[in-house]
Design a protein around this ligand. Structure first.
Ligand code: C5P
Length: 394
């Protein structure tokens, strides 16, 4: 589900874009639209707005709008930009990097992939000037879809110049999205944070996990296009944007939420799950003259090991190993014991819990990779890129 920014320039094919907007929305995408002045001569912003159910923007110098949205923000929020129809004039202006209206300014400001769908008279398409524009845009990394051969709006004219079919436009948009979103169409499950194991109704046992690394992984997977389910123990962090987050307290609750979230293509177990739970008292333990209470411990279910051996095992299962000594031998042993594919091992003796950075080793059957110390967001992005790579072969 992406934010597909549509830029409409002038051309008789503009009416076909109305149907494209409807189809993109049916596929769950949002479709803000920018129209050039020429585009508005062919279809009205009113009909475009009714179909897109998102802002239709026409003016660079609309100060109200500038305050409200801003062309830079509009450009930056797009996951992909589709120029349809792209007239000969508009292609030439793009190729020269002009930015004298909202449509061209947005195209200069965006970092998202850009797809152009040319539509024009065959003579205009074949003209060396237009071909120069397209060659320049291709060199700039812009993708082109169409034009196609067929009858033109002008009577008795045929040749190459028709706007590509709606289905081809959708395929081009989704392909461009996929290039930047390697986990599109994948479900990634992440656990994060500590668990709280009750002693009685008011007390619990916990650990120092902040949830930062797990939350960063969930956010990075969502940015890479995955559908992400995050099962989080109690943390002081906001739910990551675009991630379905389930809040749990104990290890047993976490196992239940994880099992309900399956199936998944990949699962990353970054939570610091309590190994033991207390046989909790139903009433608050009282301080008094009697003997001191003793905490009787029972082993918690191992969520990672359970999922690794479940019939619904995700294709890729990644565990974490926080160790204070013998980091690598322990991680290798854990890989075996838990039945997972990778272990991200880190030495927590220096107090990584709650810190901004992390130093990790990626341990798999293939060997050990030592990653340089980096911010937790960077470690997350790198791990997610590796997951996407592993799944692409699956
Ligand atoms: O055995 P240890 O707790 O060191 O293993 C750590 C890894 O196992 C982490 O990925 C953690 O999320 C997972 N784990 C789990 N359930 C447990 C204990 C650990 O999923 N009960």
């Amino acid at each position: 589900m992406a934010n597909v920014l549509i830029v409409m320039s002038g051309g008789i094919a503009a009416y076909k874009v109305l149907d494209l907007i409807r189809r993109l929305r049916e596929r769950g995408h949002t479709t803000p639209v920018v129209m050039t002045e020429a585009a508005q001569r062919f279809v009205t912003p009113l009909s475009v707005g009714a179909l897109s159910n998102a802002p239709v923007l026409t003016e660079l110098w609309d100060l109200d709008r500038e305050r409200e949205i801003g062309h830079i923000r509009l450009a930056r929020s797009a996951d992909v930009v589709l120029v349809a129809p792209a007239s000969a004039d508009f292609l030439a202006r793009m190729a020269h990097g002009l930015a004298d209206d909202l449509a061209t300014a947005v195209l200069l400001a965006t970092g998202a992939p850009v797809v152009v769908a040319p539509a024009m008279n065959p003579f205009m398409w074949e003209h060396p000037a237009t071909q120069r524009s397209v060659a320049q845009l291709t060199a700039d990394g812009v993708r082109t879809v169409g034009p196609e051969a067929g009858e033109m709006a002008e009577r008795n004219e045929a040749g190459v110049g028709r706007l590509a079919e709606t289905s081809a436009l959708i395929a081009a948009v989704e392909e461009a999205l996929g290039a930047d979103r390697p986990l599109a169409g994948r479900h990634v499950l992440v656990t994060s944070g500590p668990t709280h194991e009750p002693i009685d109704p008011v007390r619990y046992i916990a650990n120092r996990s902040s949830g930062r690394q797990g939350h960063a992984i969930a956010a990075a997977a969502a940015r890479a296009g995955a559908t992400v389910t995050l099962v989080s123990g109690p943390v002081r962090l906001a739910d990551p944007a675009g991630v379905e987050t389930h809040h749990v307290e104990s290890a047993r609750d976490m196992l239940g939420a994880v099992e309900r979230a399956l199936p998944a293509d990949a699962a990353v177990f970054a939570a610091a799950v309590a190994d033991w739970r207390v046989n909790a008292a139903a009433q608050k333990l009282k301080k008094g003259s009697g003997p001191l209470p003793t905490l009787e411990l029972t082993e918690n279910p191992d969520i990672l090991a359970t999922v690794s051996r479940s019939p619904q095992r995700p294709t890729l299962v990644v565990g974490f190993a926080a160790e204070t000594e013998h980091v690598l031998p322990n991680a290798r042993a854990k890989l075996e014991r838990k039945g997972c594919d990778w272990i991200v091992a880190n030495d927590v003796s220096q107090g990584v819990f709650g810190a901004e950075t992390n130093t990790v080793h990626l341990v798999s059957a293939a060997g050990v990779e030592d990653w340089p110390t980096a911010g937790k967001d960077e470690v997350a992005a790198k791990l997610v890129a590796r997951i996407a790579e592993a799944l692409s072969g699956a």
